[in-house]
Write a protein that binds this ligand. Sequence first.
Ligand code: NAD
Ligand code: IPM
Ligand code: MN
Length: 364
Amino acid sequence: MGEYRIAVLPGDGIGKEVTKGAVEILKAIGDRFHHQFHFSYGLIGGEAIDQEGTPLPDQTLEMCKKSDAVLLGAVGGPKWDRNPPHLRPEKGLLQIRKEMNLFANLRPVKFYESLVDSSPLKPTVIQNVDFMIVRELTGGLYFGKPSERRVEQGEEAVVDTLFYKREEIKRIIEAAFMLAKRRKKKVTSVDKANVLESSRMWREVAEEVAKRFPDVELEHMLVDNAAMQLIRNPKQFDVIVTENMFGDILSDEASMLTGSLGMLPSASLSMTGPALYEPIHGSAPDLAGQNKANPIATILSAAMMLRFSFGMNEEADAIEKAVEQVLAAGYRTADVAQAGKRVVSTSEMVSEIKAAILDDAAIE
Ligand code: NAD
Ligand code: IPM
Ligand code: MN
Protein backbone atom coordinates (compact mmCIF):
# COMPACT_ATOMS: atom_id res chain seq x y z
CA MET A 1 0.00 0.00 0.00
CA GLY A 2 1.41 3.36 -1.05
CA GLU A 3 1.30 6.46 1.13
CA TYR A 4 1.26 9.90 -0.41
CA ARG A 5 1.15 13.40 1.08
CA ILE A 6 -0.95 15.79 -0.92
CA ALA A 7 -0.99 19.49 -0.05
CA VAL A 8 -4.32 21.09 -0.92
CA LEU A 9 -4.60 24.84 -1.48
CA PRO A 10 -8.26 25.62 -2.21
CA GLY A 11 -7.72 29.39 -2.54
CA ASP A 12 -10.67 31.67 -3.28
CA GLY A 13 -14.10 31.61 -4.91
CA ILE A 14 -14.90 28.38 -6.75
CA GLY A 15 -11.38 27.17 -5.91
CA LYS A 16 -12.84 25.85 -2.67
CA GLU A 17 -15.74 24.03 -4.33
CA VAL A 18 -13.70 22.39 -7.08
CA THR A 19 -10.82 21.25 -4.85
CA LYS A 20 -13.31 19.74 -2.40
CA GLY A 21 -14.68 17.72 -5.32
CA ALA A 22 -11.25 16.61 -6.54
CA VAL A 23 -10.25 15.50 -3.03
CA GLU A 24 -13.40 13.37 -2.87
CA ILE A 25 -12.41 11.75 -6.15
CA LEU A 26 -8.86 11.11 -4.93
CA LYS A 27 -10.32 9.47 -1.81
CA ALA A 28 -12.45 7.22 -4.00
CA ILE A 29 -9.35 6.26 -5.97
CA GLY A 30 -7.55 5.58 -2.68
CA ASP A 31 -10.38 3.25 -1.63
CA ARG A 32 -10.57 1.44 -4.92
CA PHE A 33 -6.84 0.99 -5.48
CA HIS A 34 -5.74 0.77 -1.84
CA HIS A 35 -3.56 3.85 -1.60
CA GLN A 36 -3.34 6.12 1.40
CA PHE A 37 -3.56 9.75 0.43
CA HIS A 38 -2.87 12.14 3.32
CA PHE A 39 -4.30 15.58 2.70
CA SER A 40 -3.06 18.72 4.43
CA TYR A 41 -4.57 22.11 3.80
CA GLY A 42 -2.91 25.52 3.37
CA LEU A 43 -3.89 29.12 2.79
CA ILE A 44 -3.10 30.99 -0.42
CA GLY A 45 -4.47 34.04 -2.23
CA GLY A 46 -7.14 36.38 -0.89
CA GLU A 47 -8.00 34.24 2.09
CA ALA A 48 -4.34 34.14 3.11
CA ILE A 49 -4.16 37.94 2.82
CA ASP A 50 -7.20 38.26 5.08
CA GLN A 51 -5.98 35.78 7.68
CA GLU A 52 -2.18 36.08 7.54
CA GLY A 53 -1.52 39.41 5.84
CA THR A 54 0.30 37.81 2.90
CA PRO A 55 -0.88 35.93 -0.23
CA LEU A 56 1.64 33.10 0.34
CA PRO A 57 2.35 32.42 4.01
CA ASP A 58 5.73 30.69 4.75
CA GLN A 59 3.85 27.85 6.38
CA THR A 60 1.96 27.13 3.15
CA LEU A 61 5.13 27.11 1.08
CA GLU A 62 6.95 24.84 3.55
CA MET A 63 4.05 22.42 3.60
CA CYS A 64 3.96 22.28 -0.22
CA LYS A 65 7.72 21.74 -0.51
CA LYS A 66 7.49 18.81 1.91
CA SER A 67 4.55 17.20 0.13
CA ASP A 68 4.59 14.64 -2.68
CA ALA A 69 2.30 16.83 -4.82
CA VAL A 70 0.15 19.96 -4.54
CA LEU A 71 -3.45 20.45 -5.65
CA LEU A 72 -4.52 24.07 -6.10
CA GLY A 73 -7.96 25.56 -6.81
CA ALA A 74 -7.81 29.21 -7.85
CA VAL A 75 -7.06 32.60 -6.32
CA GLY A 76 -8.42 36.11 -6.64
CA GLY A 77 -11.61 38.08 -6.45
CA PRO A 78 -13.04 41.60 -6.54
CA LYS A 79 -12.42 42.07 -2.81
CA TRP A 80 -8.66 42.28 -3.39
CA ASP A 81 -8.57 43.83 -6.87
CA ARG A 82 -7.53 47.25 -5.59
CA ASN A 83 -4.78 45.97 -3.30
CA PRO A 84 -1.17 47.02 -3.89
CA PRO A 85 0.85 44.56 -6.05
CA HIS A 86 2.45 42.64 -3.15
CA LEU A 87 -0.93 42.17 -1.49
CA ARG A 88 -2.77 40.71 -4.48
CA PRO A 89 -3.97 37.08 -4.41
CA GLU A 90 -2.38 36.43 -7.82
CA LYS A 91 1.00 37.35 -6.34
CA GLY A 92 0.74 34.28 -4.10
CA LEU A 93 0.23 32.03 -7.11
CA LEU A 94 3.15 33.57 -9.00
CA GLN A 95 5.34 33.24 -5.90
CA ILE A 96 4.58 29.59 -5.29
CA ARG A 97 5.31 28.80 -8.95
CA LYS A 98 8.64 30.61 -8.69
CA GLU A 99 9.61 29.25 -5.26
CA MET A 100 8.90 25.67 -6.30
CA ASN A 101 10.58 26.20 -9.68
CA LEU A 102 7.46 25.05 -11.57
CA PHE A 103 8.69 26.20 -14.94
CA ALA A 104 6.74 23.79 -17.17
CA ASN A 105 2.97 24.16 -17.25
CA LEU A 106 1.28 21.42 -19.27
CA ARG A 107 -2.24 22.22 -20.42
CA PRO A 108 -3.82 19.38 -22.41
CA VAL A 109 -6.67 20.25 -24.75
CA LYS A 110 -8.78 17.21 -25.50
CA PHE A 111 -12.07 16.86 -27.32
CA TYR A 112 -14.94 14.96 -25.66
CA GLU A 113 -17.41 13.47 -28.13
CA SER A 114 -20.32 13.95 -25.74
CA LEU A 115 -19.59 17.69 -25.45
CA VAL A 116 -19.52 18.24 -29.21
CA ASP A 117 -22.55 20.53 -29.05
CA SER A 118 -21.30 22.49 -26.04
CA SER A 119 -18.60 24.23 -28.04
CA PRO A 120 -19.59 27.25 -30.14
CA LEU A 121 -17.36 25.81 -32.88
CA LYS A 122 -18.44 23.38 -35.57
CA PRO A 123 -18.09 19.64 -34.92
CA THR A 124 -15.88 19.25 -38.02
CA VAL A 125 -13.42 21.74 -36.53
CA ILE A 126 -13.18 20.30 -33.03
CA GLN A 127 -13.74 16.55 -33.44
CA ASN A 128 -10.66 14.58 -32.28
CA VAL A 129 -8.71 17.65 -31.23
CA ASP A 130 -5.89 16.49 -28.94
CA PHE A 131 -2.91 18.72 -28.27
CA MET A 132 -0.80 20.00 -25.42
CA ILE A 133 0.07 23.58 -24.62
CA VAL A 134 3.44 23.79 -22.87
CA ARG A 135 3.47 27.16 -21.19
CA GLU A 136 6.67 28.58 -19.70
CA LEU A 137 5.60 29.44 -16.16
CA THR A 138 8.37 31.09 -14.14
CA GLY A 139 9.77 33.72 -16.49
CA GLY A 140 8.84 36.01 -19.36
CA LEU A 141 6.61 39.03 -19.03
CA TYR A 142 5.19 37.95 -15.66
CA PHE A 143 8.49 38.03 -13.82
CA GLY A 144 10.88 40.45 -15.60
CA LYS A 145 12.25 43.41 -13.66
CA PRO A 146 11.61 46.28 -13.67
CA SER A 147 7.87 46.10 -13.33
CA GLU A 148 6.80 49.40 -11.86
CA ARG A 149 5.21 52.79 -12.18
CA ARG A 150 7.58 55.73 -12.40
CA VAL A 151 7.81 59.33 -13.45
CA GLU A 152 9.79 60.04 -16.62
CA GLN A 153 10.47 63.63 -17.63
CA GLY A 154 7.65 64.74 -15.37
CA GLU A 155 5.16 62.26 -16.88
CA GLU A 156 3.52 59.27 -15.26
CA ALA A 157 4.89 56.11 -16.87
CA VAL A 158 4.86 52.36 -16.37
CA VAL A 159 7.08 49.44 -17.37
CA ASP A 160 6.84 45.64 -17.49
CA THR A 161 9.78 43.58 -18.74
CA LEU A 162 9.95 40.41 -20.79
CA PHE A 163 13.17 38.77 -19.63
CA TYR A 164 14.58 35.28 -20.21
CA LYS A 165 17.93 33.63 -19.68
CA ARG A 166 18.84 31.37 -22.61
CA GLU A 167 18.84 28.38 -20.27
CA GLU A 168 15.23 29.08 -19.20
CA ILE A 169 14.12 29.01 -22.82
CA LYS A 170 16.13 25.86 -23.48
CA ARG A 171 14.62 23.79 -20.67
CA ILE A 172 11.00 24.54 -21.61
CA ILE A 173 11.62 23.83 -25.29
CA GLU A 174 13.34 20.58 -24.36
CA ALA A 175 10.32 19.64 -22.26
CA ALA A 176 8.08 20.26 -25.29
CA PHE A 177 10.26 18.08 -27.55
CA MET A 178 10.36 15.26 -25.01
CA LEU A 179 6.57 15.31 -24.85
CA ALA A 180 6.18 15.48 -28.62
CA LYS A 181 8.49 12.48 -29.02
CA ARG A 182 5.90 10.41 -27.17
CA ARG A 183 2.95 11.96 -29.06
CA LYS A 184 2.47 12.94 -32.70
CA LYS A 185 6.04 14.24 -33.05
CA LYS A 186 5.33 17.84 -33.88
CA VAL A 187 6.29 20.98 -31.94
CA THR A 188 4.80 24.36 -32.80
CA SER A 189 6.87 27.06 -31.16
CA VAL A 190 4.73 30.17 -30.81
CA ASP A 191 6.39 33.58 -30.58
CA LYS A 192 6.39 37.17 -31.84
CA ALA A 193 9.79 37.02 -33.53
CA ASN A 194 8.83 39.67 -36.06
CA VAL A 195 8.85 42.22 -33.22
CA LEU A 196 10.38 40.94 -29.98
CA GLU A 197 14.07 40.24 -29.40
CA SER A 198 13.12 37.71 -26.72
CA SER A 199 11.18 35.80 -29.39
CA ARG A 200 14.14 35.88 -31.75
CA MET A 201 16.28 34.16 -29.11
CA TRP A 202 13.37 31.77 -28.43
CA ARG A 203 13.44 30.78 -32.14
CA GLU A 204 17.21 30.29 -32.15
CA VAL A 205 17.02 28.02 -29.13
CA ALA A 206 14.11 26.06 -30.61
CA GLU A 207 16.21 25.42 -33.74
CA GLU A 208 19.16 24.24 -31.63
CA VAL A 209 17.07 21.91 -29.51
CA ALA A 210 15.32 20.53 -32.60
CA LYS A 211 18.66 19.23 -33.94
CA ARG A 212 18.75 16.76 -31.05
CA PHE A 213 15.24 15.46 -31.89
CA PRO A 214 15.48 14.55 -35.59
CA ASP A 215 12.24 12.56 -35.51
CA VAL A 216 10.24 15.55 -34.20
CA GLU A 217 9.10 18.24 -36.63
CA LEU A 218 9.54 21.86 -35.51
CA GLU A 219 7.45 24.69 -36.87
CA HIS A 220 7.45 28.34 -35.82
CA MET A 221 4.25 30.33 -35.67
CA LEU A 222 3.63 33.96 -34.79
CA VAL A 223 1.30 34.30 -31.83
CA ASP A 224 -1.38 36.34 -33.59
CA ASN A 225 -1.60 33.75 -36.34
CA ALA A 226 -1.61 30.98 -33.71
CA ALA A 227 -4.66 32.55 -32.03
CA MET A 228 -6.45 32.40 -35.38
CA GLN A 229 -5.23 28.90 -36.32
CA LEU A 230 -6.54 27.52 -33.01
CA ILE A 231 -10.05 28.33 -34.17
CA ARG A 232 -9.57 27.72 -37.90
CA ASN A 233 -7.92 24.30 -37.72
CA PRO A 234 -6.93 23.15 -34.22
CA LYS A 235 -6.25 19.61 -35.42
CA GLN A 236 -2.95 20.77 -36.94
CA PHE A 237 -1.41 21.01 -33.44
CA ASP A 238 0.35 18.39 -31.34
CA VAL A 239 2.56 20.27 -28.85
CA ILE A 240 2.55 24.07 -28.65
CA VAL A 241 5.37 25.65 -26.64
CA THR A 242 5.33 29.30 -25.75
CA GLU A 243 6.16 32.19 -23.43
CA ASN A 244 4.31 32.61 -20.14
CA MET A 245 1.72 35.23 -21.11
CA PHE A 246 1.17 33.94 -24.65
CA GLY A 247 0.47 30.51 -23.11
CA ASP A 248 -1.95 32.00 -20.60
CA ILE A 249 -4.01 33.66 -23.30
CA LEU A 250 -3.92 30.86 -25.87
CA SER A 251 -4.95 28.22 -23.34
CA ASP A 252 -8.13 30.05 -22.27
CA GLU A 253 -8.93 30.41 -25.97
CA ALA A 254 -8.20 26.71 -26.61
CA SER A 255 -10.47 25.65 -23.75
CA MET A 256 -13.48 26.57 -25.86
CA LEU A 257 -12.59 23.78 -28.29
CA THR A 258 -13.67 21.43 -25.47
CA GLY A 259 -16.78 23.45 -24.65
CA SER A 260 -15.73 25.19 -21.44
CA LEU A 261 -12.92 26.76 -19.47
CA GLY A 262 -14.13 24.45 -16.71
CA MET A 263 -12.83 21.41 -18.61
CA LEU A 264 -9.10 22.18 -18.85
CA PRO A 265 -6.67 20.78 -16.27
CA SER A 266 -2.98 21.52 -15.89
CA ALA A 267 0.23 20.24 -14.35
CA SER A 268 3.01 22.60 -13.27
CA LEU A 269 6.26 20.66 -13.16
CA SER A 270 9.76 21.35 -11.87
CA MET A 271 12.90 19.36 -12.54
CA THR A 272 13.53 18.58 -8.88
CA GLY A 273 10.77 19.03 -6.30
CA PRO A 274 7.07 18.23 -6.09
CA ALA A 275 4.70 19.30 -8.85
CA LEU A 276 1.52 21.37 -8.58
CA TYR A 277 -1.78 20.58 -10.28
CA GLU A 278 -4.45 23.19 -10.97
CA PRO A 279 -7.32 23.87 -13.34
CA ILE A 280 -6.50 26.60 -15.85
CA HIS A 281 -9.54 28.65 -14.84
CA GLY A 282 -9.80 31.25 -12.11
CA SER A 283 -11.92 31.78 -9.02
CA ALA A 284 -15.04 32.72 -11.10
CA PRO A 285 -16.49 35.28 -8.67
CA ASP A 286 -19.72 35.19 -10.70
CA LEU A 287 -20.27 31.55 -9.68
CA ALA A 288 -18.57 31.40 -6.29
CA GLY A 289 -20.53 29.85 -3.44
CA GLN A 290 -23.38 28.70 -5.69
CA ASN A 291 -22.39 25.04 -6.20
CA LYS A 292 -22.58 25.60 -9.97
CA ALA A 293 -18.95 25.46 -11.12
CA ASN A 294 -17.69 22.66 -13.30
CA PRO A 295 -15.31 20.56 -11.15
CA ILE A 296 -13.98 18.50 -14.07
CA ALA A 297 -10.89 20.66 -14.79
CA THR A 298 -9.74 20.14 -11.21
CA ILE A 299 -10.68 16.45 -11.17
CA LEU A 300 -8.68 15.93 -14.37
CA SER A 301 -5.81 17.85 -12.75
CA ALA A 302 -5.92 15.29 -9.93
CA ALA A 303 -5.71 12.56 -12.60
CA MET A 304 -2.61 14.28 -14.01
CA MET A 305 -1.16 14.23 -10.48
CA LEU A 306 -1.67 10.48 -10.24
CA ARG A 307 -0.07 9.93 -13.62
CA PHE A 308 2.90 12.33 -13.43
CA SER A 309 3.77 12.50 -9.74
CA PHE A 310 2.82 9.02 -8.56
CA GLY A 311 3.16 6.94 -11.75
CA MET A 312 -0.41 5.67 -11.30
CA ASN A 313 -1.55 5.22 -14.87
CA GLU A 314 -4.38 2.83 -14.15
CA GLU A 315 -5.76 5.11 -11.45
CA ALA A 316 -5.53 8.18 -13.72
CA ASP A 317 -7.24 6.23 -16.49
CA ALA A 318 -10.03 5.33 -14.06
CA ILE A 319 -10.73 9.02 -13.37
CA GLU A 320 -10.62 9.99 -17.03
CA LYS A 321 -12.88 7.11 -17.97
CA ALA A 322 -15.36 7.99 -15.21
CA VAL A 323 -15.50 11.59 -16.45
CA GLU A 324 -16.20 10.36 -19.98
CA GLN A 325 -18.90 7.97 -18.75
CA VAL A 326 -20.70 10.63 -16.75
CA LEU A 327 -20.63 13.10 -19.65
CA ALA A 328 -21.81 10.39 -22.03
CA ALA A 329 -24.66 9.62 -19.63
CA GLY A 330 -25.84 13.20 -20.13
CA TYR A 331 -24.81 14.91 -16.88
CA ARG A 332 -23.77 18.54 -17.35
CA THR A 333 -22.84 21.48 -15.16
CA ALA A 334 -24.40 24.74 -16.34
CA ASP A 335 -21.35 25.89 -18.33
CA VAL A 336 -21.73 22.96 -20.75
CA ALA A 337 -25.48 22.56 -20.50
CA GLN A 338 -27.30 21.51 -23.66
CA ALA A 339 -30.94 20.96 -24.43
CA GLY A 340 -32.08 17.52 -23.39
CA LYS A 341 -29.25 17.00 -20.91
CA ARG A 342 -29.44 16.86 -17.16
CA VAL A 343 -28.04 19.99 -15.50
CA VAL A 344 -26.37 19.18 -12.20
CA SER A 345 -24.57 21.09 -9.45
CA THR A 346 -20.86 20.87 -8.68
CA SER A 347 -21.44 18.38 -5.88
CA GLU A 348 -23.82 16.24 -7.93
CA MET A 349 -21.28 16.06 -10.74
CA VAL A 350 -18.62 14.96 -8.23
CA SER A 351 -20.95 12.29 -6.82
CA GLU A 352 -21.67 10.94 -10.30
CA ILE A 353 -17.97 10.72 -11.16
CA LYS A 354 -17.24 9.09 -7.82
CA ALA A 355 -20.01 6.56 -8.36
CA ALA A 356 -18.64 5.76 -11.82
CA ILE A 357 -15.19 5.12 -10.32
CA LEU A 358 -16.55 2.86 -7.58
CA ASP A 359 -19.16 1.09 -9.77
CA ASP A 360 -16.49 0.22 -12.25
CA ALA A 361 -14.60 -1.38 -9.38
CA ALA A 362 -17.64 -3.48 -8.51
CA ILE A 363 -17.85 -4.78 -12.08
CA GLU A 364 -14.22 -5.94 -12.16
P1 NAD B 1 -12.23 33.00 -14.47
O1 NAD B 1 -11.46 31.89 -15.09
O2 NAD B 1 -12.37 32.98 -13.01
O3 NAD B 1 -13.69 33.06 -15.13
C1 NAD B 1 -13.90 33.37 -16.50
C2 NAD B 1 -15.33 32.91 -16.90
O4 NAD B 1 -15.34 31.49 -16.96
C3 NAD B 1 -16.40 33.29 -15.90
O5 NAD B 1 -17.58 33.57 -16.58
C4 NAD B 1 -16.57 32.05 -15.05
O6 NAD B 1 -17.84 31.89 -14.50
C5 NAD B 1 -16.29 30.95 -16.07
N1 NAD B 1 -15.67 29.78 -15.39
C6 NAD B 1 -14.41 29.68 -14.92
N2 NAD B 1 -14.20 28.51 -14.34
C7 NAD B 1 -15.37 27.82 -14.45
C8 NAD B 1 -15.78 26.53 -14.02
N3 NAD B 1 -14.97 25.69 -13.38
N4 NAD B 1 -17.06 26.17 -14.29
C9 NAD B 1 -17.90 26.98 -14.95
N5 NAD B 1 -17.55 28.22 -15.37
C10 NAD B 1 -16.29 28.63 -15.12
O7 NAD B 1 -11.52 34.34 -14.95
P2 NAD B 1 -11.82 35.88 -14.56
O8 NAD B 1 -13.26 36.07 -14.31
O9 NAD B 1 -11.14 36.66 -15.57
O10 NAD B 1 -11.02 36.08 -13.18
C11 NAD B 1 -11.63 35.98 -11.90
C12 NAD B 1 -10.55 35.95 -10.84
O11 NAD B 1 -9.80 34.73 -10.94
C13 NAD B 1 -9.51 37.08 -10.96
O12 NAD B 1 -9.22 37.52 -9.67
C14 NAD B 1 -8.32 36.39 -11.59
O13 NAD B 1 -7.09 36.98 -11.25
C15 NAD B 1 -8.42 35.02 -11.00
N6 NAD B 1 -7.79 33.96 -11.78
C16 NAD B 1 -7.10 33.02 -11.08
C17 NAD B 1 -6.54 31.94 -11.73
C18 NAD B 1 -5.82 30.92 -10.92
O14 NAD B 1 -5.88 30.96 -9.72
N7 NAD B 1 -5.13 30.00 -11.54
C19 NAD B 1 -6.73 31.80 -13.11
C20 NAD B 1 -7.44 32.79 -13.80
C21 NAD B 1 -7.98 33.86 -13.12
C1 IPM C 1 -3.66 31.10 -14.79
C2 IPM C 1 -4.05 32.46 -14.24
C3 IPM C 1 -2.84 33.12 -13.60
C4 IPM C 1 -1.82 33.33 -14.69
C5 IPM C 1 -3.10 34.45 -12.87
C6 IPM C 1 -4.18 34.35 -11.85
C7 IPM C 1 -1.84 34.94 -12.22
O1 IPM C 1 -4.62 33.25 -15.21
O2 IPM C 1 -3.20 30.25 -14.00
O3 IPM C 1 -3.81 30.87 -15.98
O4 IPM C 1 -1.93 34.27 -15.48
O5 IPM C 1 -0.90 32.53 -14.75
MN1 MN D 1 -5.01 32.17 -17.07
